[in-house]
Design a protein around this ligand. Sequence first.
Ligand code: TYD
Ligand code: MG
Length: 457
Amino acid sequence: MAKAHTVFLCLECGSTHERYMGRCPDCGTFNSLSEHKIKEDKPGRTAPRLSGEKSEAVPISEIEAREEDRIASGLGEVDRVLGGGLVPGSGILLSGEPGIGKSTLLLQLANSVSKTEDGKNRFLYVTGEESAVQVKLRADRLGVSAENLWLLSECDLEAIEQQVKATSPAVVGIDSIQTVRWDDLPAGAGGVVQVREVTSRLLAMARKEGFALVLVGHVTKDGTVAGPRTLEHMVDGVLQFEGERGHSLRILRGLKNRFGSTEEVGIFEMRSDGLSEVENPSGLLLSDRSVSSPGSATAAILEGTRPLLLEVQALVSAAAHGSPARKCSGIDSARLSMLAAVLEKRLGVPLGGCDIHANVVGGVKLRGTAGDLALAASLLSSFHDRPLPRDIVFAGEVGLLGEVRPVPGTGQRLEESSRLGFKTACVAPGSLEGSGPTGMKIHEIPELSQLARRFVE
Ligand code: TYD
Ligand code: MG
C-alpha cells in the first residue's frame, strides 16, 4: 500500500507546510491551513522533482540548447509574440477575459501546430469547458482539419496525465486550467489551491516529457478571479489576449517571456470564420473614422515595436450636475484628469466646470503617454467645437507645465501615418533625427499653448 504523507495546505495562497500553524507564514491569513494526505507515489508540490532524479551542476557551455528546437506555431502573429515559437518543456499561460476568443485562438493554434513539420507535431487539445462534440463543431466552422490534432474532453488531472503519456504530443493545450481538478486536493476545481497545484504538476510533466504546454486561464478586468494571476510566476510565459467585446480587433500581448522579448504584440481580427492575422491594423481601426467632427484626433502610438494609428474622441460639455464627470474607455482616467488640469491651469481653458467623456475607437487601449498630445487636441477641439483637419496626426507626451516632449520611435510612427495618407504631423521639437517622411509637413510644438492657438485664432 502506498504510504501517506500529511501536509497542511493554505486555502488562501496555496502554500504547503509540514506542520499545522494558526497563521499561514506565507500570506499571513489566520486559520487557513487545512490538513490532508498525499500518497507518496503521487508526486506534487511535496515532491518537486517529478522524475526523482538528482541534478548536478554543470558548466553552462556544456548545456545544449538550440533555437531550432522551438516548435513554430504556424501562426505568424503568435510566433512573433513568443519570439519564434513554442519551447519544448515550457509552459505558457494564455489569459484573457471570458468570451474574448481564447478557445478560438487555442484551436487555431492547435490546427496550425499540427500542420507544421509535415504533421509530425501532435497537438493534444484538452477541453474541460466544452464537450469534444462542441469543439469539433467549432473546428468545422473554422475549417480546422489537421490530422494530428487530438481532442480530449476531460477535467481529471490524472486522466489527462495518462492520456498525455499515451499520445506523446509535441504540444498540450488545456482549456481551461480552472476546470482541471486533482481529486487528492481538498479544495474544489477553480480555487487558488487547485489551480496552483494542478499547474505545478502539469509544468513538471511538461519538463520531464518535453512537450510544450499552453494553459488557458480566465481573468476578469481587474484580475481578481482566482487563478491566472497566481500562476504568472510559475509559468515561462504569459500571453494576454485583449480586446473589447463588440469590437473585432484583438491584441495578443506578451506580459512575461522567459525565451524572448515582451516588446512584441500580435494583432488579430475576430471574424465569423475565426481569428485572422491583421497586416494593416491602423487601416482597420481608422476605416470608420468620424469625418472631421469636433473632438476627434488621430494618435500615432506604438504597440510593442509596431506603429498603430488610433482615433481618440473627446466630448466636452457643460457639467450637468454638481461635480463634473470624467468618463473614459480605453484611456487612463488619471491621465485624462491630468491633461484637463494642465489645459485649465496653463492655457486657461475652463474644463473644471465641464463633463468630459473620452474614448479610443476600436476597443484598443491608449497605453503610455505618447497619446497625450492627441488627447489634448481632441479636448481642445471639442471644447471649441472646431474640428481638426482630417489628415493630421499627433505623437507627443505632455508634461505638467504644458510642455510637449518627444516620444521614442517618432520616425516610425510618422512613416506609418504617411503610408495611410496623413499629410501633417504634430510632434515635440527634437522628435525626429531627419526630416520625416517625404511629403509630410511636420509641426514641432514645444508647448500646448501653440496647439491651442489654432483653435482661438
Ligand atoms: P471563445 O474563443 O469561446 O472565447 P473564450 O474562450 O475566450 O471565452 O470566443 C468567444 C467569442 O468569439 C464568441 O462570443 C463568438 C466569437 N467568435 C467569432 O466571432 N467568430 C468565430 O469564428 C468564433 C469561433 C467565435
Ligand atoms: Mg473558452
